[in-house]
Design a protein around this ligand. Structure first.
Ligand code: SF4
Length: 329
């Protein structure tokens, strides 16, 4: 049997046109890496129901969107959440939901949502209470674990996002083993995210995990786990690492050639369009490493999957330059 990652294209079958729409920034957690930043009362924001409907209808009409993923904040906290799901389904679109799983600790609520939801993208910050509390700055651990087990039992297709902090890195093997055991049916992909220094992460820069450290620690894990799980990494120059290109979610998205449209990518700011380009990678702007990339963007198209570059040298070159407090950006 081929390793799972070699079948990534067929295993994932991403929708051809997917729109990610950020509909609110309130949340029941306060993760140290959250891009939404510090929010107190008046800073909470959300799109109104008519705005959401208008935007999605427009996406269908103008961009031929086939699937929508609702992002937040924590979208399941919206009082009109079910109505939004029903509306999207009424247009014949697939619906995905990004969630921290806390509300899905309620089985009944989950069951009613799953009548409309086709896939979930869930955050798994930790599977131990102490670390969960430190990372999310919430007391939601028990609810989160119940939510995770409920979702696993429902066998809904799930992508797990793990944002890498210095707390998280040592936990990764345990998290993978746990997911392997608890979610044998629904787990579609595990995506390691290297955090950006935005929002809350600015205050916690010393606890974030940059690409150099992350890749050093992840490499053996990627090798060990990839025959069992589809693993991806976001925000790291894997396109330059011979033999590791297939773990780059950015490269995958580009290579798979589907369009991903991020609306309100920064909360409530309308309109960022990331079309797949022809030929793939002709302009490499998916990975946020581009400022430090060893390959100038105009040559990226030719070099992306056929490089002679040594990963160790690249990591050495990047060492100390990225995502560290005071580092040049
Ligand atoms: S990262 Fe997600 S779960 Fe954590 S505070 Fe931000 S929106 Fe909430």
């Amino acid at each position: 049997m081929k390793p799972l990652h070699q079948n990534a294209m067929s295993a994932l079958k991403p929708p051809r046109v997917l729109a990610a729409i950020n509909i609110c920034n309130y949340c029941n957690n306060r993760c140290i890496y959250c891009k939404e930043g510090r929010r107190e009362g008046a800073e909470y924001a959300s799109l109104s129901l008519p705005e959401i409907k208008r935007n999605i209808a427009r996406l269908v009409l103008e961009k031929k969107v086939e699937a929508v993923i609702l992002m937040g904040g924590e979208v399941s906290l919206r009082p009109d959440f079910m109505e939004i799901l029903r509306f999207i389904r009424s247009l014949g679109l697939e619906v995905g939901v990004g969630s921290n799983l806390v509300r899905f600790s309620d089985k009944k609520f989950l069951a009613s949502c799953l009548k409309h939801i086709s896939f979930l993208e869930v955050s798994v910050p930790a599977i131990t209470e102490k670390e969960y509390r430190v990372i999310t700055r919430s007391e939601n651990f028990n609810k989160f674990m119940r939510g995770l087990r409920n979702v696993a039992a429902a066998k809904v297709p799930v992508t797990v996002n793990i944002v890498l902090t210095r707390y998280t890195l040592p936990l990764v093997p345990g998290i993978l083993a746990f997911l392997d055991g608890v979610m044998p049916a629904g787990l579609r992909m595990v995506n390691f995210k290297i955090p950006t220094l935005r929002g809350n992460a600015q205050e916690h820069a010393d606890k974030m995990c940059g690409p150099v450290l992350a890749l050093r620690r992840l490499k053996p894990l990627l090798i060990e786990w990839s025959p069992r799980m589809l693993l991806m990494v976001t925000g790291a120059p894997l396109c330059l690492m011979r033999g590791f290109e297939q773990f780059s979610l950015e490269a995958f998205v580009r290579f798979a050639g589907h369009r991903e449209i991020c609306i309100n990518h920064r909360t409530l700011v309308f309109g960022m369009d990331l079309p797949a380009r022809e030929p793939f990678f002709a302009e490499c702007n998916a990975c946020r490493m581009k400022g430090f990339c060893a390959i100038p963007s105009e040559r990226a198209g030719r070099s992306m999957f056929d490089n002679k570059l040594d990963a160790g040298k690249i990591l050495g070159r990047l060492a100390g330059r990225l995502l560290l407090p005071g580092a040049p950006r």
